[in-house]
Design a protein around this ligand. Structure first.
Ligand SMILES: NC(=O)C1=CN([C@@H]2O[C@H](COP(=O)(O)OP(=O)(O)OC[C@H]3O[C@@H](n4cnc5c(N)ncnc54)[C@H](OP(=O)(O)O)[C@@H]3O)[C@@H](O)[C@H]2O)C=CC1
Ligand SMILES: O=C(O)C1=N[C@H](C(=O)O)C[C@H](O)C1
Length: 293
C-alpha cells in the first residue's frame, strides 16, 4: 500500500447490513465537495452520492450562504443524506481523503493548504488562476497530490493530445486561433480549456504559451504576427462550453472542435481523478496523467 493511503484512512457514510464501523472505515475514500451549491458543486454531489466507489463526507459553501446547515440531498433534489453543508473548511477537509473543488482561485488556494494538511487528494477544476496563483499551489503539492485541469472531460483531454500533434505537424504558415463560447455567468476568459488547447499547440511547436500568446485584440491591432496564438471568447445564454482550435493557412483551415452539452462530463472526470489520486504521492498532476494520455 502506498504510504499515502495510510495517512488518509478511508471512510463512508452509513453502515450496510452486517458491517461494523471499522469495516466501513476501511471501505471507500471520503469526498468533500467545495462550492456545493454551484453549477458544478451540485453535479458533483449527485455523482458522488450515486457512486459505489466513494462516500460523501462533507460539502462546503461560503459563510453566509443560505445553504449552510442544510442537507446536501436538498441541493440535488433528493431525500436527506445526513451530510450537511458546512462553512467550516478546517473541520470539514480534515475528514477528507479527496477534496473536489470547483470554486474560485482564491478559495482554491485556501482549500489547497487544508487538503495538504489532511494529506487529501485535491482535485482542482477551478479556472481563472494567474501565474502567481498557480505558483502559490506548489507548497501544498509537496504534501499531497494536486490534480488540476481546466477541463476534466475525456473529450477535451483527447483533443488536447491531438492539438499537440497537429501543431507539431503544421508549420507557422498555419496561424493558430482558439475561439470559445460559454454561458453568461462565466467570469474568466479565456476559458481554462482554451488555455489548455493553446498551451498544447504551443508545446507542439516547441514553445510555451507565454511566449506565443497574443494580447486580446481591440482597435488598430496591426496585422497578425506570424507564429502567435490568439484567443477569442463569446459569453451568452446557457452554453455549457464550446471550443474551436483553428489552424488557418492560405486556402484551407483545420478546426479541432469540442462541444460540451452536459456538465456531467466534467464531474465524471473529477471523480475519476479523485480515485486515481488515492495511491499517488505528493506532486502536481493533470487529467492527461489520470487518463494516461
Ligand atoms: N475544469 C473543469 O472541467 C471545469 C471547470 N469549471 C470551473 O469551475 C469553477 C466553478 O464553476 P461553476 O460551478 O460554474 O461556478 P458557480 O459560481 O456556479 O459555483 C462556484 C461555487 O463556489 C462557491 N464558493 C466561492 N467561494 C467559496 C468559498 N470560499 N468557500 C466555499 N464555496 C465557495 C460559490 O458560492 P457563491 O455563489 O456564494 O459565491 C458557488 O456556489 C469555475 O472556475 C469554472 O470555470 C467549470 C466546469 C468544468
Ligand atoms: O465555467 C465553465 O462553465 C467551464 N469552465 C471550464 C473552462 O474554463 O474551460 C470548463 C468548461 O468549459 C466549462
Amino acid at each position: 500500500m502506498c504510504p499515502h493511503l495510510g495517512g488518509r484512512g478511508l471512510a463512508r457514510n452509513g453502515l450496510e447490513r452486517g458491517e461494523t464501523s471499522e469495516d466501513a472505515k476501511m471501505d471507500k475514500p471520503g469526498i468533500v465537495i467545495t462550492g456545493a451549491s454551484g453549477r458544478m458543486g451540485r453535479m458533483l454531489i449527485a455523482q458522488v452520492l450515486d457512486s459505489d466507489k466513494m462516500a460523501l463526507v462533507g460539502a462546503l459553501e461560503r459563510p453566509g450562504s443560505e445553504w449552510v446547515g442544510r442537507d446536501v440531498g436538498e441541493l440535488v433534489g433528493r431525500p436527506a443524506t445526513g451530510v450537511l453543508v458546512s462553512d467550516d473548511p478546517v473541520a470539514t477537509i480534515a475528514k477528507a481523503q479527496a477534496v473536489i473543488d470547483f470554486t474560485t482561485p482564491e478559495a482554491t488556494l485556501a482549500f489547497a493548504e487544508l487538503a495538504a494538511q489532511a494529506r487529501a487528494v485535491h482535485v482542482i477544476g477551478t479556472t481563472g488562476f494567474d501565474a502567481d496563483q498557480i505558483a502559490r499551489l506548489k507548497p501544498a503539492a509537496r504534501h499531497a497530490p494536486i490534480i488540476r485541469a481546466g477541463n476534466m472531460s475525456l473529450g477535451v483531454n483527447l483533443l488536447t493530445a491531438l492539438a499537440r500533434k497537429v501543431a507539431a505537424a503544421l508549420d507557422e504558415d498555419w496561424d493558430i486561433e482558439v475561439v470559445e463560447a460559454h454561458h453568461r455567468h462565466k467570469v474568466d476568459a479565456p476559458s481554462g480549456t482554451a488555455l489548455m488547447l493553446g498551451a498544447a499547440a504551443a508545446e507542439g511547436r516547441g514553445e510555451t504559451l507565454e511566449t506565443l500568446r497574443t494580447p486580446a485584440r481591440e482597435g488598430i491591432t496591426g496585422a497578425r504576427t506570424r507564429g502567435t496564438i490568439g484567443f477569442s471568447a463569446i459569453r451568452g445564454g446557457d452554453v455549457v462550453g464550446e471550443h474551436d482550435l483553428i489552424f488557418a493557412a492560405d486556402g484551407e483551415r483545420v478546426v479541432l472542435r469540442h462541444l460540451a452539452t452536459d456538465r456531467r462530463i466534467f464531474a465524471r472526470g473529477a471523480l475519476k481523478a479523485a480515485l486515481w489520486g488515492q495511491d499517488k504521492g505528493p506532486g502536481e498532476y493533470d487529467m492527461m496523467d489520470v487518463l494516461g494520455l
